[in-house]
Design a protein around this ligand. Structure first.
Ligand SMILES: [Zn+2]
Ligand SMILES: [Zn+2]
Length: 153
């Protein structure tokens, strides 16, 4: 069951209303997500057309690889989302940062990416889908990028 949820960045310059928010979210332990978010990035996949943003002028988009962008609040630095920009099965999905949501009480961690790269701080129980770096790249990365950019996402 999906629902409508709201959220905002640390300084509230950027806020959103998201429809069709799933109950489960993912964790990514890749090196880029670790550095970007401080350790692990929890992303809530929302169809981009169901995302209504306020504060567009405060959003800084960063193309962090050939196939994806990340966005932050330019005022407070809060990570906002990770989004695949290259054509593929997940194009059009915005992975909103879990921490932005006002209410996450009914949401659960459903899957993890790059489990072979995670820090000991994230040694979570293994009762969910887990994908290694290679398995994650096989799912999302363009064929020609999966060999020489293993640390990128
Ligand atoms: Zn902010
Ligand atoms: Zn990642």
């Amino acid at each position: 069951m999906s629902q409508t949820k709201t959220g905002h960045c640390m300084c509230s310059c950027v806020s959103f209303v998201a429809r069709n928010v799933p109950e489960t979210f993912g964790a990514c332990h890749c090196d880029m997500c670790k550095r970007w978010s401080g350790n692990v990035f929890n992303g809530v996949p929302v169809p981009s057309e169901d995302l209504q943003l306020s504060g567009e002028g405060h959003i800084k988009r960063i193309q962090t690889s050939d196939w994806a962008e990340r966005a932050i609040c330019a005022e407070c630095g809060s990570p906002l989302w990770y989004r695949i920009t290259a054509e593929g099965p997940t194009t059009g999905t915005t992975n909103l940062a879990l921490g932005l949501f006002d209410d996450t009480s009914d949401m659960t961690l459903g899957y993890e990416f790059y489990v072979d790269r995670k820090t000991s701080a994230n040694d979570l129980p293994k009762d969910r889908k887990q994908f290694t770096e290679a398995e994650t790249l096989a799912l999302f990365a363009p064929e020609d990028a999966s060999h020489d950019q293993g640390d990128k996402q």
